[in-house]
Ligand binder design. Sequence first.
Ligand code: AMP
Length: 582
Amino acid sequence: MLDLPEHDNDNDNDEITEAAFLALGLDPALVEVLDELGYETPSPIQAESIPSLIAGRDVLGQAATGTGKTAAFGLPMLQRLAESGRRDERRPFGLVLAPTRELAMQVNDAITKYGSKIGARVLAVYGGAPIGPQLGQLKRGVDVVVATPGRAIDLMNRGALALDALEVVVLDEADEMLDMGFAEDIETILQATPADRQAVLFSATMPRRIELLAREYMREPVMVRIAREEVPEGEAPRVRQTAYMVPRTHTTTALGRILELERPTAAIVFCRTRADVDAVTETLTGRGLRAEALHGGMDQEHRTRVVERLRNGRTDLLVATDVAARGLDIEQLSHVVNHDVPKSPEAYVHRIGRVGRAGREGVAITLVPSGAIRHLRNIERLIGKSVPVAPVPTVDDLKAARLERTRVQLREQIVTDLRQDADADVDGVGAMVESLMGEFDPADVAAAAVRLARTGSTSPDDDVEIPTFNAPRGGADRGASRGGRPDRLGGRGQGPRPPREGATRLFVSAGRAAGVRPQDIVGALANESRLSGRDIGAIQIHERHSLVEIPEHAADDVLRSMRGVTTLKGRRANIRRDRAAN
Ligand code: AMP
């Protein structure tokens, strides 16, 4: 019999939960948190990795997001931390490297949660956020650091991040990090860690570069491979649903911020009244988002034109009343946004049924003023699960996101410029910059240029925090991520699907960060190969890459005619078979 720790068990399931996780060798203090989070059984990647990791082995795992990999590496790391008996140690015990700020924050949230009962000090450090507070926290002492590679190097160079006492290093989404050009940074970081530390590497794909990295820096790793979860034929694709608790007077402002961070490629924003439609459209347009109104007061011709503009990508957001949007079926739709919670739960289900078609990722965002919480509860009862609540972006989030976007755009521009003939200064910009450099510090010239390019995309209330409130949870919320960030792909088991029968998936090296939308991919393929729009299947736009399904029999021909490159949003992007899918 397992020796179960005491706490208020409310049903038999808790015991089953605990037994399954305890059997993997996890500490009761960690298992208690999992129980509270509503995790019932270990996911396959957890069952396979946790025992080896607790035993101190290196693990090389192939698993995509949504498989539960964060807990798979996070829990054993926390357990080993608890067992290490460290006291007053300032230097980190564990380091997790993640490709993006988003993922770093997500991993940080998860590990903080998992480690809450053992008093783990967890810190996320990433570019685009002020470095001062990160320096301060590191100085006070941190057990686990979750970092993007660039910021980790920066902090190491400043002597703030010491890796000489490190016991565990994790590379999360290693393939993404290599694709983003972090190979050198990663090696520098790994070389700064002690030779006998444990190394864990997770990657959705296992290209040769990853194998080489593992061979160089890991010791006889245990290999763990988890197949992607199949979505059965005919099953409705799942939609990532998120609610934001915001006082009614702030819903429109909050929506502007959320959409600025979320950057949908094609969305319908549902409003209750025509007046709301106009006000919301104005606010969103004022933020530099491409939004257009659709309501019954417009004549049919005008309405058709607006819908057409969303379809062909000339606008991103359609702000509409339920009535005006009735019967609208827009294939490319990525997001459904509820400026108000619909009173009837069926209307909600109907609205969100418009996204997530044909294997595409769908997102549903709902703003919930306190008076509408009961409507949300009714919806949760109808759909049989709770809608996770996410925090409204803060002023800092907004600033960090804008900086990060600027950084990505700058990097892309720099790389594009470098690829072109550097001597050919056709537009004279090079010479102009040279002359300014003679007069000012190059860093000041660059900063001024960036500020100049960024003007105009802000809103007057960008410096005001939006108040929020905590709603009491109803009965349907077991296992919900309370107040946490929304899951990237809507929770467990919703990782990328395999391509459909007879289709293959292509990888395109440009995504949301470059402003790519599904229609751009369709356009590029249709222009540059013999494919027609009808041949093109599911399209997924990720932050820095996109995936598109095309018929297998046409793939070689397409790749040959495009010679591995295409032009998206005026920039070159590589196109090849997706290694993860083929
Ligand atoms: P990840 O693949 O780490 O991004 O995890 C995806 C989602 O699955 C997260 O929302 C986790 O909270 C959730 N999750 C992880 N492990 C389990 C589990 N054993 N049972 C239920 N949910 C889980």
